[in-house]
Design a protein. Sequence first.
Length: 119
Amino acid sequence: MTNNVVIALSCGTDNPNRTTRALQMATMAHKLGKNTTVFLLDEGVYIAKKGIASHVRSATGDNADDHLTYLKEFEVPVLVCTPCAQIRQITREDLIENASMATADVFINLCCDGAVISF
């Protein structure tokens, strides 16, 4: 059994429930001692833009920003699909503190070395 978990998130402000749940699962995986990485693609890249996550709440009232704060505090990598961000005019300077740009090869390698949970 692998100790690596990749949370793949392809939605953002367009689906606050799935977005918040994905970040909640990343938080839980880390709390359970898993080597956790969040990979944002498609609309999910918006979540890594400064100031956006604070406006994303699930139907239960959970706030995406609370989970991102935890992930930042514990230095859990948040990787942002480079071409997905570029097409949405999101630059490295726009990203939250613990987020960085990454390409498909990084995503594939992470997936091959861990369990993948996709939202």
